[in-house]
Design a protein around this ligand. Sequence first.
Ligand code: RBF
Length: 350
Amino acid sequence: MQRLFHTTRLPEKALAVTLMLLVFSGFSGCVKRSAAGEAPGISIAVFVPGVMSGSPIYEMLAQGVQKAGAEYPQVEVQVVEAGYNQAEWEPKLTALAAAESYDLIVSSNPSLPALAQSVSAKFPKQKFLLLDGEISGNPAIYTMRYNQREQAYIAGHIAALIAQEGKTAAGVSKKIGLIAGQEYPAMNTIMLPAYGEAARSIDPAFQVDFRVVGNWFDAGKGAELALDMIRGGSAVLLCVAGGANEGAVQAASEAGAKVIWFDTNGYDIRPGTVAGSAILRQDKAAYEQTRRFLDGTLPFGTSEIVGIKDGYVDFIEDDQNYIAAVSPEIRAKQGELLRRIRSGELVLGY
Ligand code: RBF
C-alpha cells in the first residue's frame, strides 16, 4: 500500500556521534535515525500479513498503531500490506528488518511469531510487537494474544440458542456452522472446540459443520460453502474467513439463515441476518502496546494473554440491530453467560 522501504541512511560518522550523544545523555528509548540538529525520529512499520480490506482485524491493527503514533512527536508509521501469498511473508518481513529503518515492526496473526523468530535470528536488533500470536523468551519480540476460547465460546452459545429457537429457515436445528479462511492451530485446537463446547452446553446434541475456504478473500467460495452448510441443516454460521465472509453473509441472508460475526461489530453489514458479534479490541491493544513501546516500557521477551475480563474480548449486546434481530429471552441468556464469564464464575482458560 505504501512504499516498502524507508531508505534514509546516515553517514556512519554522524550515526556514531548521535549514538554517543544518546549514550551520554542516558537515553534508553528507541531513537534510531537522527542527525546533528535534527529532531530524533521514530519509525514504525505495520506489516499486514494479507490485505486490510475485508479483514477488520488488520484494519484495527493499523488504526491503533497510527493513533498512538500521532500522539507522539516525530513518529512515522508506515503500513505495508504483504498480500495473500503466505510464501512471500518471510522474505518480505526479512526485507523490512534488513532495511534497518524501522525501530519497531508491528504485526498480527498466529503465524507471525515463528516468522519473526526466524528473521530475528538474522537481525537481532530488530524489535517486533506481535498481536494475536504468542512467543516468549526472545528479547526482541513482545506478543499479546487474545483468549479466543472465550471469543468462540460466546459465539457458539448464541449460535446454538438461535438455532434451537427454530425461527430460521432450518426450523429447529441442532447444527451450527463455522467457516474459516484456513486451518491453523488456534482455529483447530481453540476456536472450533470452544464453539462446539458452548453449543453443547445448550444441548449436548449440537453438532458443528466446519468448512474451510482455503484463503481469506474468496467471497464466491464463501457463498458456496455457506449455501451447502445451510442445505445440510445449519441454521447459524460463524464466519472467520476475512473477505470471504461477505459471500457467506449474502448466501445466509438469501437462504434465511443467521450469521455470527467475529472480531468486529458486524450487525450493520446485514441487519437481521447478522445476529451476534463476538469481538476483539485489537485497535485498543495495538494503540496501548505501541504507546508502551514509545514510552520505553514494552516488556520485550514476554507474552501476555488477555480476554473478556481485561476488556479485549467482548460480545456486543447494545446494538439496535442485535436487539431487533434476537428475542429478549435469548438476549437474556447470552447476557447471563457474559456476566458469568466477567464475574469469574465461568473460567474459560486454555
Ligand atoms: N483473519 C482475517 O480476518 N484475515 C486474514 O487475512 C487472515 N489471515 C490469516 C493468516 C494466517 C496464516 C493465520 C494463521 C490466520 C489468519 N487470520 C486472518 C485469522 C486471524 O489471525 C484470527 O484468528 C481471526 O481473525 C479470528 O480472530
